[in-house]
Design a binder for this molecule. Structure first.
Ligand code: CAA
Length: 380
């Protein structure tokens, strides 16, 4: 299948693919093993203009769209899903919250440009210990104090958290009315009272850094408010629609990366006197996986195109996220099986891809939440 890309989209795809192969792939096994993140790779993503792809130049972006961005996330995630999610969170969730917000152009540029340029990481503070799938169950409070708001609370599972210089933090101005008072702020890491709590030790995406963000009397200018009280939940949902395209592209990339390793291995590995690709059972299995990947690709690119067309893309994003990440889990699990004993070994990479794939079915809305979003539109 060859969805026709224009010359600019092909250029972005090639740029991201060459960068991924040349600079990201070589250290991926070690970064996973040591749970270390290479900030230099993020800096380079920015220098190549890939982080700001879907945003206008007025806020530091490249003035392209979500299809170009999805193509880049896909290429990076083929070789390193950790960098894929770090990149996606910075662009879609951090950048998206600010871009979709009611903040002034000046505030948008101030907080977006340093992250889109790749100089600084950005994090997205929505999830709390008691507010995961039920994102409305926030406890973090923002209390007005003249021209400032004082933030108290904590956020968890914050991708980029320990390394980020900027966050968007969702909070309630009046807990007695819950989401009717939900708002959001752009917060600088250097603000007194912001600190890093527990850093997670994870099954997969081990190079990506994920932590708690603790907020203890953090004084934030009212000008940094990104949603009027009561509008914060919708801002989070609108932003997650964008983020889910990023995770869908990540899942697609993981699936393609593992598929390609298995395909090449099957042509080289001989058993019973012939390459294992000549075993019809295995070849048929690969045909099925290939078909599923192509189907997922159509949904991912379709959701990105729906975003870029300015239409409501909530369901497109949910279908793409659910399908591409389920396909990633299936393909990586089968790839480990195709490689037999070697598949279980670190140097063959597919075991890492299998561990990485699992979280894509969970974060940015579990695939059960995606089913809720999709089914909610079917019976109106
Ligand atoms: N766009 C705009 N507005 C939306 C919307 C959307 N996609 N979805 C809902 N809304 C609006 C609704 O219209 C409604 O507005 P009104 O009150 O004016 O009618 C309001 O939001 C409430 O909607 P619901 O009643 O549907 O909300 P709900 O409480 O039932 O929850 C949910 C809906 C889909 C379950 C939502 O809570 C959800 O998406 N949960 C998952 C949270 C999630 O994805 N978390 C991931 C965290 S980020 C992450 O994983 C980080 C990482 O590091 C990778």
């Amino acid at each position: 299948m060859n969805l026709t890309l224009n010359d600019e989209q092909k250029r972005i795809q090639t740029l991201a693919r060459e960068f991924a192969e040349r600079e990201v792939k070589p250290g991926a096994i070690e970064r996973d093993e040591t749970s270390t993140y290479d900030v230099g790779l993020f800096n380079k993503l920015g220098k190549l203009g890939l982080i700001g792809l879907p945003y206008p130049t007025t806020v530091g972006g490249q003035g392209m769209g979500y299809l170009e961005y999805a193509l880049a996330v896909e290429e990076i995630s083929k070789v390193d899903a950790s960098l894929g999610i770090s990149y996606s969170v910075a662009t879609s969730l951090y950048g998206g919250t600010i871009f979709n917000s009611s903040a002034s152009e000046e505030v948008k540029k101030k907080f977006m440009a340093p992250v889109l340029s790749g100089e600084h990481l950005g994090g997205f503070g929505l999830t709390e210990h008691g507010a995961g799938s039920d994102a409305a169950g926030q406890k973090t409070i923002a209390k007005q104090d003249g021209d400032f708001y004082i933030l108290n609370g904590s956020k968890c599972f914050n991708t980029n958290g320990p390394l980020a210089d900027y966050y968007v933090i969702y909070a309630l101005t009046d807990p007695s009315v819950g989401t009717k008072s939900m708002t959001c702020f752009a917060v600088e890491r250097s603000t007194p009272g912001v600190s890093i709590g527990h850093i997670e030790n994870k099954m997969g995406i081990r190079s990506a850094q994920v932590s708690e963000i603790l907020l203890d009397n953090v004084r934030v200018p009212a000008a940094n408010m990104l949603a009027q009280p009561g509008e914060g939940f919708k801002l989070a949902m609108k932003t997650l629609d964008c983020g889910r395209i990023g995770v869908a592209a990540q899942g697609l990339g993981i699936a393609e990366g593992a598929f390609e390793i298995a395909r090449k291995y099957m042509m080289e590995r001989e058993q019973f006197g012939k390459p294992i690709s000549k075993q019809q059972y295995l070849a048929f299995k690969m045909a099925e996986l290939y078909t599923k990947i192509q189907g997922a690709k159509l949904l991912v690119y379709g959701a990105a195109l729906a975003h870029d067309a300015g239409t409501r893309f909530t369901v497109d994003a949910a279908m793409a996220k659910m399908t591409a990440t389920d396909v990633a889990m299936e393909v990586t699990t089968e790839a480990v099986q195709m490689l037999g004993g070697n598949g279980y070994m670190r140097e063959y990479e597919v075991e890492r891809m299998m561990r990485d794939a699992k979280i894509t079915q969970i974060y940015e809305g579990t695939n059960e939440i995606q089913r809720l979003v999709i089914s909610g539109t079917l019976f109106r």
